[in-house]
Design a protein. Structure first.
Length: 156
DNA sequence: GCCAACGTTGGC
DNA sequence: GCCAACGTTGGC
């Protein structure tokens, strides 16, 4: 089983890489994803040990800020059943959950965030879904070469 | 704060 | 099954 590589987005005002670092065991559950394509990745494809780029969206600057890894594979996102939670999903069935999440653990923070602009300017990264028009996926696969290149950029 | 792009919902 | 309306994402 070969390791896979991913990118997950978060608005730092909601949950930043600093928050991840401060979490218990530097680990958190990645809840609140309400997109079916992203759900399928969380439920079916993200495996323990997979490496994940942590991206800050809707901020200044938008950037990949570090790396985390999957430490618990897809399981039911409990917030779908909680009427008090803003991610409550009334039609969700506890016997057959609609939404899933994984746990991710902090690996490292980049010395230098790799900004969206940096990515757009790097010819090796032009195939990334992140920079495709109208992209709104909050969980997406990335190729190993792309992952390695971004880590290299962030480590300088 | 604006707005384009997109996914989902619901009426028909 | 179509598609208009709506809500959300996310760059700028």
């Amino acid at each position: 089983m070969t390791k896979k590589y991913w990118l997950i987005k978060s608005e730092p005002s909601a949950f930043s890489i600093e928050d991840l670092k401060k979490s218990k065991n530097q680990t958190t559950f990645w809840d609140g994803v309400r997109n079916y394509q992203a759900r399928n990745f969380l439920r079916d494809e993200m495996k323990n040990g997979d490496q994940v780029l942590f991206y800050h969206s809707n901020t200044e600057p938008n950037a990949v800020v570090g790396v985390c890894e999957v430490v618990k594979e897809g399981y039911a996102d409990h917030t779908q059943f909680d009427p008090e939670n803003k991610h409550f999903f009334p039609s969700a069935d506890p016997q057959n959950p609609t939404w899933f999440m994984v746990d991710v653990k902090f690996v490292k923070e980049f010395k230098k965030p790799v900004t969206l602009q940096d990515i757009k300017e790097n010819s090796k990264l032009q195939n990334m879904r992140l920079i495709k028009r109208g992209n709104r996926l909050s969980v997406m696969p990335v190729e190993k070469v792309v992952f390695d290149e971004i880590v290299k950029m962030g480590s300088k």
